[in-house]
Design a protein around this ligand. Structure first.
Ligand code: AMP
Ligand code: MG
Length: 330
């Protein structure tokens, strides 16, 4: 338990029986049903995600991985499905899964209202797609998810006091778009000390998010700030063909994604640049060497999206059995 005595979690019984939790979880169920409807009708195949594997996504800032003893081999709980998403394109060109992730986030994130140690991503990957194609897909998908739930679950939004007008701009269509460079300049102009070589920090992201009335994309993060699988621009070395989706009203990051590199030599170099031993990734690298499709994809944080749509204060309120960093809970 974080030793600052501010553990915010209620007991399991009072959490699960509270009308606010029930409405939040019904909205979450509605969002997922709408996502399945949208993606399935667009030709996507839903796969069940792996939970353990010899290796997982190393690119989770500051979070520790959890080891599992797999018959004498050290396996990991998935921190994200990224490597398996790329591999899954060997079976189907358009896939999605709703995947559990475990990340032992630093203790100090227990009170950010946005970090859980166990959460879920709606993970999508599209063979042969470029960034613009998946940005359009996200816009259509998120708009559909929000429209469906706000149409079908008005009583739950009322229980939570969530004003349906909050989505007026979103539902009109057309998410905003800015580059990382422009976002950094905007933050520095208002006196926020944002490092231009890093992801936008949480305080900076909250600043940008509070000013927005509809979700917006931040694109082109600098190399080094993200995972080895995000493809580097061919025309602008050092710039990645990636993006985040940021919610309005201060809710912050909802989703990260990218065009992926599927070039064996490039991936090995990028892994080395992060200080890791490529040997660790041998099953993945063997697949890549034999050929995996070029692709683009993304992962939407399910509890984060639910928090925003339901207008809740904290991401843990969007989980039936929340796990906060350092907090012992069921
Ligand atoms: P990342 O790979 O770190 O960009 O994570 C992908 C998405 O998962 C993010 O955009 C968030 O929506 C969500 N996410 C990441 N870390 C957490 C966390 N610790 N708790 C809840 N959601 C998270
Ligand atoms: Mg991210």
């Amino acid at each position: 338990m974080p030793d600052d005595g501010r553990t915010p979690l209620p007991g399991t019984r009072s959490h699960l029986t509270s009308p606010a939790t029930r409405s939040t979880l019904r909205i979450q169920g509605g969002l997922l049903a709408a996502a399945r409807e949208h993606l399935t009708s667009a030709g996507f195949t839903e796969l069940l995600p792996p939970v353990i594997g010899p290796v997982t996504d190393p690119g989770s800032r500051g979070a520790k991985q959890v080891d599992v003893d797999f018959y004498g081999h050290r396996y990991k709980l998935m921190t994200s499905a990224i490597l398996y998403k790329q591999a899954s394109l060997l079976a189907f060109d358009k896939i999605f899964c709703i995947a559990p992730n475990v990340r032992l986030e630093p203790l100090e994130t227990a009170h950010t209202d946005r970090h859980l140690a166990e959460f879920h991503q709606l993970d999508v990957e599209v063979a042969g797609a470029g960034r613009d194609e998946v940005l359009q897909l996200i816009e259509d998908l998120v708009t559909h998810m929000v429209r469906r739930t706000s149409e079908t679950l008005p009583e739950d939004f009322a229980v939570l006091g969530r004003d349906p007008d909050a989505f007026a701009d979103l539902l009109r269509g057309g998410f905003g778009r800015t580059t990382h460079t422009d976002a950094v300049a905007e933050l520095q102009a208002v006196g926020h000390d944002q490092n231009p070589d890093a992801e936008i920090d949480w305080a900076g992201e909250a600043l940008l998010s509070r000013k927005a009335s509809r979700p917006f994309f931040v694109t082109d993060y600098p190399k080094g700030s993200r995972g080895f699988y995000d493809r580097e621009s061919r025309t602008e070395p050092g710039v990645l063909r990636n993006f985040d989706l940021i919610a309005p009203e201060g809710y912050g990051e909802l989703c990260s994604g990218s065009e992926r590199t599927n070039d064996y030599a490039d991936i090995v170099t990028r892994i080395r640049e992060t200080g890791e031993n490529p040997q660790k990734y041998s099953w993945y690298l063997d697949l890549v060497r034999a050929g995996v499709p070029a692709s683009a994809g993304f992962g939407i944080g399910v509890e984060r999206l639910t928090r925003y749509v339901a207008g809740r204060e904290s991401a843990w309120q969007a989980s039936a059995f929340p796990k906060l960093p350092g907090v012992v809970s069921p």
